[in-house]
Design a protein around this ligand. Structure first.
Ligand code: HEM
Length: 523
């Protein structure tokens, strides 16, 4: 009886509790939601101008993202934003803002965003281009800086670069129709000497072809907006056989190529070290250290793969564009050739030592870097909330810089679509494109000095010995088109032009033997 009364009392207490607690809970939850919405709304109001929600999703292009970004910046200003489902995208269209954020506040702007398709599913996550700014990344940048981090360190490689340049000219003389492949081989040969002490063979070389395939895949797998899995990471668990999971099957294929890119040259160095025949290289230097551990070996394997991958793609893209620029601008070509003839003469090829005496050639090369940029955008991810000119840039934002747009901004460059080296000469030269073209801050291209030197030499020597003109078919000149292919790293689609030795003397210079160098580092 007493028990029953007690039970009734407890039950009535619970009922009273629930009657009070339930509405309280509903009230508190609604308040929290209101605060959250208010907070989100307040933060969204502080974002740079732009679009949000579903509209933003429809704005994301699946290709040539830099063209869309250009229009976006023209519409909303040099710093614009897009936000959807918790993602914030910031689009920068001016060099000043890029420098203010990516250089002056580099601690916050040196990470890359998560890349599910490329970094995780295809396995590229340990390559420098995709690493976050951490100890792994810093160790690799340090190795790069030791070997190619200044003009002084690259000067030690001049002889090896000149040797490869001669091989290149000979290949063009033999078969100018395959110029794009010869250019690719020139840059990949230089980088493979440095990274792995590998000398490419005459004709087609498997490691040159491998880098080409891997880089094309990397460019597509990192294309912003191309793979939904980058925005909805849970999609990576979809079974590969399901319809719509084509991206997983593709990633599997990419991973196989990447494995070859990393392992084949690494195993080559190991076998050369074992045989006592290894040429000096970043890999052989670290692999011969007495304190070599498994972790260190893994680290140098990926650092050298990053060098091989990075050096095999961008500089060749620029240098192929050089041939388009010359085909389209005969006046510029003749002027540069006149300068080369008067400074260097016809009895030898230009070398690095001539560079300071060739101001027009320098302006031409600078204009090439502005007119055609192989990396049209760069992307970062912020670590913490930031504020710029009163705008909020939330932690975790994807920050894009439209390098392509910056270098074609008519507020900075007169007639930006024209190829005009003169813009960099005279009393009032236009701003040098070097910074934007090679990226910004702590992630600026680590191959700057090497790329700048090897591409300059190739252009200068080519102009010294070849005339580059439009092809003529049935009496009609064919004007090549400026078609860009690729996404993160772009290339010109193959185009036709005529490449002929300027004279019998030029042909003799090309065919001249160049003493073979086995050590890329010494004279
Ligand atoms: C004309 C030649 C070149 C151009 C225009 C160029 C351009 C660029 C650009 C725009 C970036 C992105 C930088 C950023 O995110 O701010 C980059 C990154 C990179 N480049 Fe180059 N590059 C060139 C040559 C080279 C060479 C010769 C190498 C070989 C060592 C190289 C290796 C790399 C690597 C490893 C990265 C990734 C750096 C990182 O994420 O921190 N590049 N390059």
């Amino acid at each position: 009886m007493i028990n029953c009364e007690l039970q009734g009392f407890v039950t009535s207490l619970r009922t009273v509790d629930l009657q009070i607690v339930a509405p309280l809970l509903v009230f508190a939850t609604s308040l929290a939601i209101c605060f959250h919405e208010l907070y989100t709304w307040y933060r969204a109001r502080r974002l740079p101008p732009g679009v949000s929600g579903l509209r933003c999703i429809f704005e994301i292009p699946s290709e040539k993202v830099w063209l869309k970004m250009l229009r976006f910046n023209q519409q909303y200003g040099n710093i614009a934003s897009g936000s959807f489902f918790g993602y914030n995208i910031i689009v920068i269209g001016s060099a000043k803002i890029a420098e203010d954020l990516l250089e002056k506040r580099s601690t916050n702007y040196s990470d890359r965003p998560r890349s599910v398709m490329c970094g995780e599913l295809s396995g590229w996550g340990k390559i420098m281009l995709l690493s976050n700014y951490n100890d792994w990344f810093r160790a690799h940048r340090k190795w790069f800086a030791q070997d190619i981090g200044s003009y002084a360190s690259v000067a030690k490689l001049h002889r090896m670069i000149e040797f490869e340049a001669r091989r290149y000219l000979q290949c063009v003389l033999e078969d100018s129709e395959r110029n794009q492949a010869h250019i690719r081989k020139y840059f990949t040969s230089i980088i493979l000497r440095l990274s792995h002490g590998y000398v490419t063979q005459a004709g087609d070389d498997p490691l040159v072809d491998l880098a080409h395939v891997a880089n094309s895949q990397l460019s597509m797998a990192t294309a912003p907006g191309l793979y939904y899995v980058d925005f909805v990471p849970l999609m990576k668990y979809i079974p590969s056989w399901l319809p719509g999971a084509g991206f997983k099957r593709k990633a599997k294929k990419y991973a196989v190529v990447l494995r070859d890119l990393v392992e084949i040259p690494h195993n080559y160095v190991k076998s050369q070290l074992a045989a006592g025949t290894a040429l000096p290289s970043l890999s052989s230097r670290i692999m011969s250290r007495p304190d070599l551990t498994e972790e260190l070996e893994d680290s140098v394997k990926w650092a050298t793969a990053s060098m091989y991958q990075g050096g095999a793609d961008t500089a060749n893209s620029v240098s192929y564009a050089f041939y388009l620029a010359m085909t389209l601008s005969p006046r510029v070509m003749r002027k540069a050739q006149q300068e080369l003839d008067s400074v260097v003469g016809a009895s030898r090829l230009p070398t690095f030592a001539d560079r300071p005496s060739l101001p027009y050639m320098e302006a031409l090369f600078t204009e090439l870097l502005r007119w055609y940029t192989p990396g049209p955008t760069t992307i970062r991810c912020t670590r913490v909330d930031d504020e710029y000119n009163g705008y909020l840039i939330p932690a975790g934002s994807y920050v894009f810089v439209n390098i392509w747009g910056i270098l074609r901004d008519e507020r900075t460059y007169s007639d930006p679509l024209e190829f005009k080296p003169e813009r960099f000469l005279g009393d009032k030269p236009e701003p040098h494109p070097g910074n934007a073209c090679f990226g910004f801050g702590r992630r600026k291209c680590p191959g700057y000095f090497l790329g700048h030197s090897s591409a300059w030499l190739m252009c200068a020597q080519s102009l010294a010995v070849f005339d580059i003109t439009k092809c003529v078919e049935n009496g009609v000149e064919i004007t090549p088109e400026h078609n860009i292919v690729g996404e993160t790293i772009v290339h010109l689609a193959p185009f036709q032009c005529s490449i002929k030795p300027r004279s019998a003397e030029a042909e003799r210079l090309i065919r001249q033997e160049f003493p073979h160098t086995t050590d890329g580092r010494t004279e």
